[in-house]
Design a protein around this ligand. Structure first.
Ligand code: BGC
Length: 332
């Protein structure tokens, strides 16, 4: 039986990334800034037990379906499948025993790259089909963390894999990310209700003060818009403008670190850590709300119920290969 392991990747610029086979989780990301100064930019816990207890999905690989499926049920070709609900009547992040809580196998490993694999059996959390998944983390010498997701299935099933890292580019122990600047190249976002379930069509970002196309302070009117009041901050999917070279850019409040994000995924969930309070941190203490921001590249929430969002379809067929890649590129 496999045991929980920690794998450390380092590059020639002295950047260091730690990952674990538990949940194929990204544990740590230390970025060298200048002579002697290093910054931990990822939220994380001190012990493995704390990782198992927290419910913020810190750094984890999320599957089989990231974000929510309303009513925890789907229909595929006339067959009704009941999924495991874990947030009221809905399913969040793959169910009670999502991929974030499983021990993955280590398929291969080198100084700058590791690949994890997992077999999710037919019926896992209610989903049809055996899903074979691999997730790899590659730290390049250019200070990029490239996360690659692949999957195949033997029955049609929804697949939506992402990474749930929370970033704080001021350093993980600084108070919050409210003075960070965020830019997201998206013209449309998805309105949701208080439960985070889509409740309308894709909407122009200018309609409800959700525009992030110009770099914007995260604190800017954060809880003044009705949309963000419902969710306690940003917790919204943006449909990415694929004509733009990057999906998003996050800048620390002291401007010492810039993180560019690119992805093959159609959408980006921006979540400002609105409910992070009481999550154990790395220093025997607890994080507060807004301690980090998660930028989750994925397809749209609840898309199995919305065939009209064809540009973000999530169904994987047995004769197809799922392949997505997301890159976080750090500049100092
Ligand atoms: C969701 C939030 C949820 C959080 C859990 C995010 O991906 O969008 O609604 O509270 O995950 O940590």
């Amino acid at each position: 039986m496999s045991v929980m392991q920690i794998i450390t990747l380092t590059n020639k610029q002295g950047m260091q990334v730690k990952v674990s086979n538990w949940g194929a989780t990204w544990l740590s990301c230390i970025v060298p800034i200048n002579a002697g100064e290093h910054r931990e930019v990822l939220l994380g816990c001190k012990t493995f037990e704390q990782y198992q207890q927290q419910d913020a999905y810190l750094g984890a690989t999320i599957g089989r379906y990231a974000n929510r499926i309303a009513g925890a049920a789907i229909d595929i070709a006339g067959t009704h499948y009941r999924l495991v609900a874990n947030q009221g009547e809905n399913q969040l992040h793959g169910g009670k025993l999502g991929f974030d809580k499983l021990l993955w196998d280590i398929k291969n490993q080198s100084a700058q790259k590791v690949t994890f694999s997992l077999i999710s059996p037919d019926g896992d959390q209610g989903f049809p089909g055996e899903l074979n998944v691999t997730v790899s983390y590659h730290l390049t010498d250019e200070n990029q963390v490239v996360i690659d997701f692949q999957a195949t299935t033997n029955k049609t099933t929804p697949v939506n894999l992402t990474n749930h890292a929370y970033f704080n580019l001021d350093g993980e122990s600084s108070k919050n990310i409210l003075s960070h600047t965020l830019k997201v190249n998206a013209n449309l976002y998805l309105p949701v209700d208080k439960q985070g379930i889509p409740c309308g069509d894709l909407t122009d970002v200018t309609q409800a003060d959700m525009d992030l196309r110009q770099p914007r302070l995260l604190s800017d009117r954060l809880l003044e818009s009705e949309e963000r009041q419902k969710t306690g901050g940003y917790d919204h999917a943006y449909l990415l403008d694929k004509t733009q070279p990057i999906a998003a850019q996050l800048i620390s409040s002291d401007k010492k670190i810039v993180m560019n994000m690119t992805t093959t995924q159609p959408a980006l969930q921006v979540y400002t850590g609105n409910f992070l309070q009481h999550t154990p941190n790395r220093h025997n203490g607890e994080y507060d709300n807004f301690a980090g921001v998660a930028l989750e590249a994925e397809c749209l929430p609840d898309s199995p119920h919305h065939p009209e969002w064809a540009q973000a379809s999530c169904f994987l067929q047995p004769d197809q290969a799922y392949h997505h890649q997301t890159t976080f590129h750090f500049f100092t």
